[in-house]
Design a binder for this molecule. Sequence first.
Ligand code: UD1
Length: 420
Amino acid sequence: MDKILVSGGRRLEGEVRASGSKNAALPVLISSLLTAEPCSYESIPDLMDIQTVLKLLKGLGVKVDGDLRSGRVTLAAGRVDKLEAPYDLVKTMRASFLVLGPLLARFGEARVSTPGGCAIGARPVNLHLNGLAELGAEIQMTHGYVEARAKRLRGAKIYLDLPSVGATENLMMAAALAEGSTVIENAAKEPEIEDLASALNRMGARIQGAGSDIVKIEGARELHGLSHRVIPDRIEAGSFMVASALTRGDVLVRDVRPDHLDVFVLKLREAGVECSVEPDKVRIKGNGRVKGVDITTLPYPGFPTDLQAQMMVLMTVADGVSVITENIFENRFMHALELDRMGADIRLEGNRAVVRGVASLSGAPVMATDLRASVSLVLAGLVANGTTEISRVYHLDRGYEHIERKLSALGAEIKRIKGQ
Ligand code: UD1
């Protein structure tokens, strides 16, 4: 297994581009299942999770053309001959579960493995299934698989107990081919939902209100091909912004949508970090020690849970105490234990982490436990004394495109040691 070595103490300077959003690309690629016509996508990041979804789609019979190095992929689901998502793919990447809605809506049946547990919490799929049942699907659970059937889904009013991103996406895709109109109340409002709705509308779907908590979908008989460019990755961009603030650097992040990072920018400013925001770029200047600020993760537009670990690293070397409250996932503080091994002072109390700023961190061997935790360890390594050796970096490779190359170009000392 590969490892990453980071030698701390370098100030980051220069420009970096955000890649296309992983979390927008995954459902958008899956939505190609809704039509027999070819669908072309741009700005698809070259990541393990994207390779996993392409493998899953190929396994269903989707024709995949293009090269991830160029970010362009064309998918044609004209000959889907298998309606099943197997356990080994769903367990490696939960977003695979999103094939359920589109397969069921277009082909009348689907068999998809349930994802099971995951490092950051239980992550059930009850809201996906309840919503599909409201749309008229017959659902059975057998041998760890969800089997769903419906001659044709019919529009319905659905209320989500929680604004789940995945459930909103699954149901929006299913309802796009249902008979009649669907209303999803308490829908998730994340930018990735809006991006999926805009791709679906370009395919001929009629979706209104995506990005707000009420989404209305007029079902269509058929959808058609499209060409679509996915939005920039707000979480990757936010991670580079923290890297600049941490190293007291001066980094311009290009190809970003700062309006997708409003609360994050507010919090960085509250911590004393200088952020200059333009429509598609953000410049972050770290001017010295930052101040501890309290963070509470919430569904969008609140502070994103996917930037909690990165912000925690910044707080470990801030002046004063900060309280970080995680409201989305119950077990998303595993990075705190590794950060403590690097000299941080973090006390965990249920879903709260009390972080007391220390003078400096010290490099240590650490282990990545999930995707965002892994990048937080890289960030900590950038500012720690000595060398940090991060193992299990396959987590990082799921979601950060060319991270060593991008950070090296900004002046970081980071290298990958290939596993034997
Ligand atoms: C997506 C993102 C992930 C992000 C998360 C929250 C993708 C591929 N992943 O994950 O990076 O951290 O949103 O912003 O886009 N829940 C239920 N029942 C359900 C579904 C969800 O109880 O049927 C709960 C989950 O356990 C969790 C919360 O709702 O506690 C939010 O989950 P959800 O918004 O569904 O996250 P994902 O779509 O899995």
